[in-house]
Design a protein. Sequence first.
Length: 322
Amino acid sequence: MTNRRTESIGAYIELTKPRIIELLLITTVPAMAVAAMGWPGLRDVLIALIGGTFAAGGANVINQVYDADIDEVMNRTSGRPLPTGRVSGTGALAFGIVLGALGFVVLSVGTTLLAGVLSAIAYLGYVFIYTMLLKRSSTQNIVLGGAAGAVPALIGWAAVTGDLSVAAWIMFAIIFYWTPPHFWALSLKYEDDYRAAEIPMLPVIAGEEATFDLIIGYSVVTTGVSLLLIPTASMGWIYAVVAVAGGLALVSAAVRLRSNRSMAMRYFGFTNVYLALVFLAMLLDRVILEASVGLDPIWRIAGAVAALAGIAFVASIERRPG
């Protein structure tokens, strides 16, 4: 009986996709530190992490309830709790709803109402816009739906200040533009799975060449946007060095991927490392340093040029016939 109960608990935890939650929460605490101009305090950090875990976990659970049919078809997901029958659909649905509600309550009561509202927006956006509307109907599914994954940065900022500034939206944009190349690399690896499940992921519909080019374009945009945070939030040399070096490495890896598809999972793994390092650099920079790296006009120009160049490149690919 004890083993069965332990297995059941483990299956419910698995539904929340803990590894994805870890990556989302990595972006929350640095945003809090930048907003607080230093360490925001252990209490606020713990409450934000707990509330964020509930909200993100709940959205992941509902996503799997709705996608149980395609998860059963895809080799990558066929071993999840719902396709294998380790958790019932009714139980998972109730679990996901409760987690989402808890996330809203914990953040609203423990930090600020805006943080709670943002968690609810991210939860509902991931469930209704990405999972139910876009995932099965558009190659832009991960582009538009990925916005929900960028909200934790806004939640972190709002949990400290109760409002949102330009710097908060730039952190949101870093994650927003990082998400498509990150996920498209994974979809290159599992293209056959998505084709079998009739999910219109970019490689399935547009082909490899367009996918490679869009990965490069979005990597350039991500790098440019990350540079814009330096003058906007008065970041110091720790973040500046990581943003520049990490951005160059991200774009370079994307270019190498274009000539070697077998590097798809390596690029996917590197994107995780990139995002973690960029946000960790924000945290360390704000906690350790007080002075800005300076040269604000140069950072603004460099960031804007890179971001606009990347967006123009992406737009040119999107306009290609077919």
